[in-house]
Design a binder for this molecule. Structure first.
Ligand SMILES: *[C@@H]1O[C@H](CO)[C@@H](O)[C@H](O)[C@H]1NC(C)=O
Ligand SMILES: *[C@@H]1O[C@H](CO)[C@@H](O)[C@H](O)[C@H]1NC(C)=O
Ligand SMILES: *[C@@H]1O[C@H](CO)[C@@H](O)[C@H](O)[C@H]1NC(C)=O
Ligand SMILES: *[C@@H]1O[C@H](CO)[C@@H](O)[C@H](O)[C@H]1NC(C)=O
Length: 420
């Protein structure tokens, strides 16, 4: 008798324990789903573990599941970002940062003065306005530019090489050179843990050396999907485009050109000297014998002028040889904003506020801070000076060449430069 009573007691206790387990389990799943709908979309489970996934992204072991059920801070990567332990994410410390690893960064330096960002989720409805302008301009038949009307499926793979994917947080970043892209790429490396130093993923964006940041093998980009996923790659891209948070940063198109000129032709850049400066000097300045290196050319006072650069951009032969280099290619050709419905359009002109807002939107603002701006950033107020020696007809042609970027991203037509 005593035995069967004991058995019954065990049965009851066991059932209660099972019910508690189920409640705890559903609570967890429910929370995750709530998170899925309201905040960052997570990759659908059907896609399975993705190659870019870091070591933390593997399936949870039974021990980890138990730990999770019992409320331990197992912190597997399957959990939404806000639940991951924050203690492990140190705030950036100035002392841990190595010195600038590159000419460009050492010339410009960082401005550590810091700016307090606004706390509202969308200050002044700024994002809503930028996104609706994009949608309206894409739908407006009076704005015409090449390849505007094609569908996402018609974009060739090699034109998708600027879309960096982070499966850990469900983020896609379209990088635009000359628009803080080095630092946004660094943020993507930290988020996706795609790069480690002595087995430890980087946690401070500024600790990542610049040469790694711009090595394309560091990033998972859409153009690499074909080799990984074959004929499923387009479908997979579309699933991610639908579920993930997509962002890009833009800048006044003419100011971006000045910035590109400053960094690639005013500083001694051997690659750009050989590839672009030499042909420009030959073609537009009638130089026949040119030194083999930028160093020699600079000491001999031979430099491409801003006018040479504009002439190169306007020359109809230029793009017959190869598409524009990414530093001066139009943003709409790099990021396809009429085919991809961006969730966040940042601007360099409001970088500090936009960066803070975006990191909050991505729910990583507690552990990540966007590096500060450059001290000597190219400013819009310099435009008139830079364009003073450029013939009016060239300026007008140049505006036509970049008009779509002006319109799509809400930069006013620079009337002062386009009139006598
Ligand atoms: C389309 O663009 C033209 C030219 O910029 C503008 O005048 C017109 O108002 C726009 N139409 C709509 C529906 O926004
Ligand atoms: C980029 O990274 C890969 C792999 O780490 C390396 O083999 C390659 O040499 C790097 N390329 C450059 C240009 O640094
Ligand atoms: C370069 O040479 C051509 C033909 O010899 C001449 O027409 C042109 O004006 C020259 N350009 C410059 C910038 O000297
Ligand atoms: C900023 O850059 C401009 C031109 O690129 C240069 O003339 C100026 O001296 C720089 N200013 C500082 C403070 O470095």
């Amino acid at each position: 008798m005593a035995k069967s009573r004991l058995l019954r007691l065990w049965l009851v206790l066991g059932s209660v324990f099972m019910i508690v387990l189920i409640i705890v389990y559903w609570d967890n799943v429910g929370a995750a789903q709530f998170y899925l709908r309201t905040a960052l979309p997570r990759p659908p489970p059907a896609l399975g573990p993705l190659p870019s996934a870091g070591p933390g992204d593997q399936q949870l072991s039974p021990a980890q599941i138990l730990e999770k059920l019992l409320g331990g801070g197992g912190g597997g990567a399957q959990q939404p970002a806000p639940e991951t332990p924050r203690a492990g994410w140190p705030r950036p410390q100035a002392s841990r940062r190595p010195g600038p690893s590159n000419l460009e960064e050492s010339v410009r330096g960082y401005d550590w003065s810091g700016h307090d960002a606004q706390q509202s989720p969308d200050p002044d409805g700024r994002q809503a306005a930028r996104r609706s302008l994009l949608r309206e301009s894409c739908a407006n038949a009076s704005l015409v530019f090449p390849a505007k009307a094609r569908s996402f499926d018609d974009i060739p793979n090699y034109e998708l090489n600027h879309l960096i994917v982070d499966d850990r947080h469900g983020v896609i970043y379209c990088y635009v050179p000359k628009v803080a892209c080095t630092n946004w790429k660094r943020v993507m490396i930290v988020l996706s843990q795609s790069l480690s130093e002595r087995g430890e993923p980087y946690r401070d964006p500024l600790a990542i050396p610049r040469e790694y940041v711009h090595n394309s093998s560091t990033h998972l980009t859409f153009n690499k999907f074909w080799r990984r996923y074959g004929r499923f790659s387009r479908h997979l891209m579309k699933v991610k485009l639908k579920k993930y948070t997509k962002f890009l940063f833009v800048r006044d198109p003419f100011v971006r050109l000045i910035s590109a000129f400053r960094s690639k032709f005013e500083l001694e850049n051997e690659d750009f000297y050989r590839k672009f400066a030499v042909p420009m000097l030959r073609k537009y300045s009638n130089h026949t014998s040119l030194p083999a290196s930028a160093r020699e050319a600079f000491s001999a006072g031979l430099r491409v002028s801003f006018a040479n650069f504009i002439q190169y951009l306007l020359d109809p032969h230029t793009e017959k040889l190869a598409p524009f280099n990414e530093h001066w290619r139009q943003v709409h050709r790099l990021c396809h904003p009429c085919q991809i419905d961006y969730d966040f359009v940042g601007k360099l002109e409001t970088l500090d506020q936009d960066a803070a807002q975006l990191l909050r939107l991505l729910k990583v603002d507690e552990r990540l801070h966007f590096p500060p701006s450059y001290r000597n950033r190219t400013a819009s107020s310099w435009e008139e000076g830079w364009f003073a020696k450029i013939p009016l007809a060239w300026r007008q042609q140049l505006y036509k060449l970049y008009e779509a970027d002006f319109v799509l991203f809400g930069y006013p037509k620079p009337e002062n430069l386009l009139r006598d």
